[in-house]
Ligand binder design. Structure first.
Ligand code: UD1
Length: 378
C-alpha cells in the first residue's frame, strides 16, 4: 500500500516521523515522504529530518515561500502531477499549514485516469487516493488565522479524520461530520518526544548557553498577529526586555520574526538586553532540551502549548484564543495579552503553578493506533 506522508513546514516533521517509523516496520506498507518545500532553510527542515532519523524526502516539490494563494496554488499544481504519476492509495496530511490544505484539495479532486467513471470514494480503493488528516478537528474559531482556514478546508474534504483529543471530536460532530470518519488516536507529537527522549535529555543546549536547569524562560514568537505588526512587536520586545530583568530568557528567532525585527528596527533593542540570549532557529533535539529544562515558556506556537502541557511546564501563550483548549482546561497553558503578560511572568517566577493533568491518549502510542486503522484499509 503506497502511502504518501506530506511534510511541509517545521511542525509537520515531528508529526510524520513516528508514523513513518511505525509504517516502515509493516510489510504491507510503503511509506513515501513528500516534502513540499514550504520550509527550506537547513535549520527549519533538514536538521529536523536528521534529528528525527528520517531519510531524505523521497519526493521534494521545492515550492518555497510566497503569498498564501501562490504557495497553496504552487503546491496543488506540483502535487497533482506527483499524484498522477505515483498513484498512492492513501495520502496522510498533518497539522494546519498551507501545504496541508493544498495537498488535501489536490488529492480529494483527483480521479486516477482509468477510474474516471467511478463515482464514490471508498477507503482502500486504489483508483482514488484516500485522504487522512492527522490532527483533525482542532478549531480556534478565529478565521483571521490562516491555519483555521486550512483546518476547516482540510477537515471538510478528508475521508479519514484522526483527532488528538476529545474536544476535536466534538468540534467535528458539531460541524456535521459522520462519526465513522473520526478516530480519536491521540497526540502524535508526544510520540516524537518520547521516541527522542534519551537524546533530548542528553543534549546540553541549555548549559552550553550558560543557563541553569529551571533558571530561564524560553521564547518563541512567529504568528503574523504578533510579529507582522510593528506596534505589537515593539510592545512585545519591551515586555521581554522588562521580563529579562527578573529571569534570563532565550529566544530562538523564526525567520519571519527575524525579518520583521530587522525591518522594524527592533533587533538592537533585544541585542542590548544583557539577559536575553538570541539564537537562530534550533533543531528538534536541542530545542526540546531547552523546553525540558526551562522554568516557563512564552510562545504563540501550537505544538509548544501541547509539549509543555505534557511536560508540566508553565506556558504563556500570546494569543486571544487557542485551537488546543485542552492545554488550558487540563494543562499548564494560559492565554495571555500584552496587558497581563508581565503579571503572569511575575507569578510564575515567584513559584505560582497551575495544577494540571496530561490529556487522555497523549501517551506516545498514537502512531501504533494509526497503523492499526490503516492496516484495516489495506
Ligand atoms: C508556517 C505556517 C504556520 C506554522 C509555521 C511554523 C502557514 C500558513 N503557516 O508559518 O502555521 O506555525 O509555519 O514555523 O502555513 N522563511 C525562511 N526560511 C524557511 C521558511 C520560511 O526564511 O525555511 C521565511 C520566508 O521569508 C517566508 C516566511 O519565513 O516568507 C514565512 O514562512 P511561511 O512558511 O509562509 O510561514 P510561517 O510563518 O513559517
Amino acid at each position: 500500500m503506497k502511502i504518501h506522508l506530506i511534510a511541509a513546514a517545521r511542525p509537520n516533521f515531528m508529526k510524520i516521523a513516528p508514523l513513518f517509523h511505525a509504517l516502515k516496520k509493516e510489510a504491507w506498507a510503503d511509506p513515501v515522504i513528500v516534502h513540499t518545500g514550504q520550509h527550506y532553510d537547513i535549520n527549519m527542515s533538514d536538521a529536523f529530518f536528521r534529528d528525527l532519523e528520517l531519510p531524505d524526502p523521497h519526493i521534494h516539490l521545492g515550492i518555497g515561500s510566497g503569498s498564501h494563494a501562490e504557495q497553496t496554488g504552487s503546491v496543488m499544481i506540483a502535487y497533482e502531477k506527483v499524484l498522477q504519476k505515483e498513484r498512492p492509495a492513501l495520502v496522510v496530511v498533518v497539522g494546519d499549514v498551507n501545504s496541508t490544505m493544498a495537498c488535501t484539495i489536490a488529492a480529494s479532486k483527483l480521479v486516477y485516469p482509468s477510474a474516471s467513471q467511478r463515482p464514490a470514494r471508498q477507503p482502500g480503493d486504489p483508483l482514488r487516493p484516500v485522504v487522512a488528516h492527522l490532527e483533525a478537528g482542532l478549531r480556534s474559531k478565529d478565521r483571521s488565522m490562516p491555519e483555521e482556514i486550512n483546518r476547516l478546508v482540510t477537515d471538510t474534504l478528508a475521508d479519514i479524520l484522526w483527532t488528538p483529543s476529545a474536544d476535536a471530536v466534538e468540534n467535528l460532530l458539531r460541524e456535521g461530520v459522520t462519526r465513522e470518519k473520526i478516530n480519536n488516536v491521540g497526540n502524535i507529537m508526544i510520540d516524537s518526544l518520547e521516541m527522542m527522549r534519551d537524546k533530548i535529555e542528553k543534549a546540553d543546549a541549555f548549559s552550553e548557553l550558560g543557563l541553569t536547569r529551571g533558571g530561564y524562560g524560553l521564547i518563541t514568537l512567529h504568528r503574523p498577529s504578533n510579529v507582522d505588526s510593528p506596534a505589537n512587536l515593539k510592545t512585545l520586545c519591551r515586555l521581554l526586555v522588562g521580563a529579562s530583568q527578573k529571569t534570563p530568557l532565550v529566544f530562538p528567532i523564526h525567520p519571519r520574526t527575524r525579518k520583521n525585527l530587522d525591518t522594524f528596527g527592533l533587533m538592537n533593542t533585544l541585542r542590548a538586553a544583557e539577559r536575553i540570549i538570541l539564537t537562530e532557529p534550533m533543531n528538534y533535539i536541542r530545542f526540546m532540551n531547552l523546553v525540558f529544562n526551562c522554568h516557563f515558556v512564552i510562545t504563540d506556537s501550537g505544538g509548544i502549548q501541547e509539549e509543555t502541557t505534557y511536560l508540566g511546564i508553565p506556558c504563556l501563550t500570546m494569543r486571544p484564543n487557542t485551537e488546543r483548549p485542552v492545554t488550558v482546561d487540563q494543562g499548564t497553558n494560559q492565554l495571555c495579552t500584552i496587558e497581563n503578560l508581565q503579571r503572569r511572568i511575575e507569578r510564575i517566577v515567584s513559584g505560582d503553578m497551575k495544577t494540571h493533568v496530561v490529556p487522555e491518549l497523549w501517551d506516545g502510542h498514537t502512531a501504533g493506533r494509526i497503523v492499526d486503522t490503516i492496516r484495516k484499509l489495506s
